[in-house]
Design a protein around this ligand. Structure first.
Ligand code: CP3
Length: 354
């Protein structure tokens, strides 16, 4: 592993490991993105996947929110879709529509089109971007790597893009349960290699995004999400026990107890989940991350501050990483992102330790 400058702000990593911290660390999902004028300027010159695939540009965009906002982490600028691409599918980023697969996996037979990638050959640009970003961060804050979860990636691979109900992908679960399991397992194996290689390239914490977990009921989650999420955590921890792992199973209220039993150190909550109820369920088995409604950033400064304070009180002074309940939105005001982070800093430092 390469050697990097020492970390000056390790609040995030300490909190993720369940250690007490002077204040609550804060970062935002999708903190590098279209709400930043400097990001839009890069995108005027370069296609989305060109930014992802050019380490210098990916590093530049990753650093943009860190330069501007008082946040305690950087998250690599990339996308969850690079894994299906590495597995042989073509993905286009269509403006106004999001990621689109011109040839999705309509039937199980089409899984023949998938390849088992050599991770370094297929995703070397991600690892280079991590190493370069980690050097450019110069120890200011830790660098987070990530992957989509098997089910969320399957949902896109089968559906061909974003969708309200993902009924084609969910049809697979009922019509082709064995092929679904095979696809999920194949994706899991790629994700494990990918995450381990991210650590070796410089990632200091890893988050697994199961953005479409909430499409399942409890039983279907236990069959089609949990085993793969669990396996990812176990295998990555075996390789790198020191690296904190975060799981974000959006909408999966019923999953908190089961996720607390896995090797994830942190469970990220969406904004519909109640922090106090989540803490009761999870106990001290995991740190909680989240969960301000991203739309609270549209509120007046006064109302936004009140919302942040309520969130901090609900989570308590320890075992919490402040974040949004989902990602930043393109029309967010960067000044409200600043106020969100500043209020976490100020208010959590003043909060009595419990
Ligand atoms: O958090 C960060 O700052 C790091 C970058 C990041 C992006 N995508 C950049 C991006 C991360 C962590 C992701 C993860 C991702 N990508 C997820 C999981 C998190 C979630 O939001 O649930 C998902 C489901 C995707 C797939 C994806 N990529 C979608 C649905 C879209 C379209 C969104 C939209 O509003 O257009 C993308 C594109 C994308 N990924 C953008 C960014 C900054 C915007 C694209 C652009 O610049 O035109």
């Amino acid at each position: 592993m390469a050697s990097f400058p020492p970390l000056k702000n390790d609040l995030l990593l300490r909190a993720a490991r369940g250690k007490a911290t002077e204040r609550t660390p804060v970062w935002m999902m999708r903190q590098a993105g279209r709400y930043l004028p400097e990001y839009r300027a890069v995108r005027e010159e370069h296609d989305f996947f060109d930014v992802v695939e050019t380490p210098e540009l990916a590093a530049e965009v990753t650093l943009q929110p860190v330069e501007r906002l008082p946040i305690d982490a950087a998250i690599l600028f990339c996308d969850i879709m690079v894994v299906p691409e590495a597995m042989g599918l073509t993905v286009k980023m269509v403006s106004g529509k999001g990621p689109t697969f011109p040839q999705p996996l309509t039937t199980p037979d089409e899984m023949e089109r998938l390849v088992s990638p050599d991770i370094d050959a297929a995703l070397g640009h991600v690892f280079e971007a991590l190493t370069l970003t980690r050097r450019q961060l110069n120890g200011r804050v830790p660098l987070i790597g990530f992957s989509g979860a098997p089910w969320t990636l399957m949902a896109y691979m089968v559906e061909g893009g974003g969708s309200k109900s993902y009924r084609t992908a969910r049809q697979w679960l009922y019509r082709h349960p064995q092929a679904s399991a095979a696809l999920l397992q194949r994706t899991t194996d790629v994700i494990v290699d990918y995450l381990i290689a991210q650590v070796e390239a410089g990632a200091q914490m890893l988050q697994v995004f199961d953005s479409w977990a909430g499409l399942h009921d409890a039983a279907s989650f236990r069959t089609f999400c949990l085993p793969y999420l669990r396996e990812i955590a176990t295998r990555v921890k075996t390789a790198h026990p020191e690296v904190p792992l975060v799981v974000f199973a959006k909408g999966a209220h019923y999953a908190l107890d089961a996720l607390a039993e896995t090797d994830y150190d942190v469970i990220s909550l969406d904004w519909t989940m109640d922090p106090e109820a989540a803490r009761t369920t999870v106990g001290d088995r995991a740190v909680l991350q989240g969960n301000l409604d991203p739309c609270a950033l549209y509120a007046s400064p006064e109302a936004l501050q009140r919302e942040v304070q309520q969130m901090l009180t609900a989570f308590g002074a320890h075992g919490h990483i402040a974040n949004l309940g989902h990602g930043m939105l393109p029309d967010h005001d960067p000044e409200h992102a600043r106020l969100f982070a500043e209020t976490v800093r100020r208010h959590s430092a003043a909060q009595p330790a419990t």
